[in-house]
Each structure stands twice: as C-alpha cells, then as structure tokens.
Design a protein around this ligand. Structure first.
Ligand code: ADE
Ligand code: ZN
Length: 333
C-alpha cells in the first residue's frame, strides 16, 4: 500500500487512453473480437517499446482496443476508481479525439461515454473529473484546427481545457497558435502544451512565447535555462511534472538526476502526475511516494502540491473552492 495513501491528491496530467493496462487491453481486444498485433507485449507482459516514437505507437495500439461507448465508460470508471481509492479527489483527463477517431469513435459519442464513466465514479467515490481536449502535434496544425472547430461546435460542460501532446520534435508551437486562439479567446478554455520533455528549454520558450498556456506538460528540461525558470515563475506558468514517465522515457537516467526538487524550490511545480501510468510502471500514488522517498517531500509539501494542482487546474471557481474544502477535511481526518 502507498505510504502517501491517506493524503489528498489531484491529477492534472493523465492521458485517458494511456491508463489502459496490458491486462485491460487484452480483455478489451477479446471483448471486441480484435487481434492484437504480434509483439505488442514483452515476455514479462509489459508494453513493448524502447524509445519515444515506439512508445507513441504502442500507445495508439492500446487505444485501438477501446472500441465501444461501454469500453470508454469502463476505462474511465476503472481509472478514476483506482486513484480515488488512493486519495485522489480530482482529475483532469486528457482526451484524444483524433486518436480514437482513427479507430472509429466520434467526438460526441466519445465525450458522452467518458462522462458516463465519470458519473459512475463520482457516485461511488465522490471524485470529480474534467476534460482536456488534446491536439496531437505529429498529426499537424490543420487537424488541430479542425478539432478546435469541433470543440466549438459541440460544447460540453466537462470540457475545461485544451492541450497539445504527441511528438515534440515535429512542427513548431506557433503552427498551433490559430487552434489555441479559438480555445482561449473564443471558448475561454484553459490551455496547456507538452514541451521540455523530449526536447530542451527552447521548446518551452517556443510554447510560452506563441501559445496562451498557463501550464506546461512536463517542462522539466526548463531547468537547463535559469532565465526560463525565472520567466515561468514571473508569468505564473506552472509545470505538470511526471517523474516516473521521465525516467521510463529516459529523459533522465534516474531520480537522483531529475529536477523535481529544484523546480519545486523555484516555485514552478503545479502538480505531480502519472502521464500514462501502466506504460511507465507507475500510478498517481506511486508518484507521490516517489516525491516523498526520492525527493524528500514532506507530507505538508505534498498537500501543498495538491492545493497548487487545484489552484492551477482549469476547474471553475466553485469547484476549486469545493476541492480545497475537501483537502481541509482530508487533513482534519
Ligand atoms: N501522449 C501520451 N503520452 C505522451 C507523452 N508523455 N508525451 C507526449 N505525448 C504523449
Ligand atoms: Zn503527457
């Protein structure tokens, strides 16, 4: 059991399709009469990938097993139930409509199915969730723009933000500025983008100089440029840090080299997250445990991380106040 289990937690950076474990992917594939490609799993049963592009491919294959509305509802429910049992009170689920569309799922059906899973988890565990609609960098700016037009056309009460993920080496953030403009200026949605994960600090500069983001997914490589860390702090742009993911993807060789503590001390860590938990042999509670065990975060620092996550979340003011009250209650208990 997690040492930090009793602490309240919030997850701001998790890809819904990235929560599907090899066991669940196998079960869903069987349920949907689908044959998984050879070599998707290693002999030890884990997903088989060896570098970032291979990870992205393996992620798409796992996504392909989630086929029906029932599947999406179940994946969402299972994930939220699992983190609620470990103290989580809130999650922002990153949804990839353009990924699931490759396997036949339409935008509205997708959102309704995920909402069904959220409703079930809320009823049973009291956990709240909201959605971040994610553009995929390697699918290009046109696709991203098209997606933002869809978001505009079909408003949904749980959609609170938009994001940009995928292969950081492809395209420039400024190519996505028109898409982000719709989200930010027209739809008043929160904005975040993956940067400074696989690529260095310039990638973070490019994101914050060209996109209306208040958060950066990962952004850990900002540490290589003190001026950038200072700018992030001044502009109150916070990082969604996912230490386990960074180690799994070899952004850093080990936790001793990871900048979580330095970034926290510089005031730029907004949340500690799991990213794609079964791909990286992690989960939210493990990430909190890691912060405690490998980076010396005290219990009160971890509670402060959760409070900051709520503050920097894209939830509305009423929900943020409710969540802070829940944190108070969890601590009092
Ligand atoms: N999509 C899912 N996980 C991702 C990650 N860690 N980086 C970029 N794109 C992703
Ligand atoms: Zn991510």
């Amino acid at each position: 059991m997690s040492k930090t289990r009793k602490l309240p937690k919030a997850e701001l950076h998790v890809h819904l399709e990235g929560t599907v474990s090899p066991a669940l992917a196998t079960k869903l594939a069987a349920r949907n009469g689908m044959k998984l490609p050879d070599g998707i799993f290693k002999a030890d049963g884990n997903y088989n990938w060896n570098n970032f592009p291979e990870f992205l491919k393996s992620y798409d294959t796992a996504s392909s097993t989630i086929a029906t509305a029932q599947d999406f509802s179940d994946v969402t429910y299972e994930y939220l139930a699992s983190i609620a049992r470990e103290g989580a009170i809130y999650a922002e689920l990153t949804l990839g409509p353009d990924v699931v569309a490759m396997f036949g799922m339409g935008y509205r059906e997708y959102l309704d199915a995920v909402t069904d899973g959220v409703d079930r988890a809320r009823q049973e565990f009291g956990i709240e969730a909201r959605f971040i609609i994610c553009m995929i960098r390697h699918m290009g700016p046109e696709k991203a723009l098209e997606l933002m037009h869809t978001v505009d056309k079909f408003p949904h009460p749980l959609v609170v933000g938009v994001g940009l993920a995928g292969n950081e080496a492809m395209h420039h953030p400024k190519d996505f500025a028109p898409a982000f403009r719709i989200a930010h200026e027209k739809l008043n949605l929160g904005c975040t983008a993956h940067a400074g994960e696989v690529s260095g600090p310039q990638s973070v500069w490019d994101a914050i100089n060209h996109l209306p983001v208040t958060r950066i997914g990962h952004g850990v490589r900002s540490i290589e440029d003190p001026e950038l860390v200072k700018t992030l702090a001044e502009r109150d742009i916070t990082l969604e840090v996912c230490p386990g993911s960074n180690i799994a993807l070899s952004v850093y060789p080990d936790f001793a080299s990871h900048p979580l503590r330095k970034l926290y001390d510089a005031g730029v860590v907004g949340s500690i997250n799991s990213d794609d938990p079964p791909f990286f042999w992690t989960d939210l509670a493990k990430e909190y445990d890691t912060a405690h065990e490998k980076f010396g975060f005290t219990e009160s620092e971890l509670v402060a991380v959760t409070r900051r996550a709520v503050e920097t979340s894209f939830a509305d003011a009423g929900l943020k106040a409710d969540l802070q009250r829940k944190i108070d209650e969890a601590i009092a208990a």
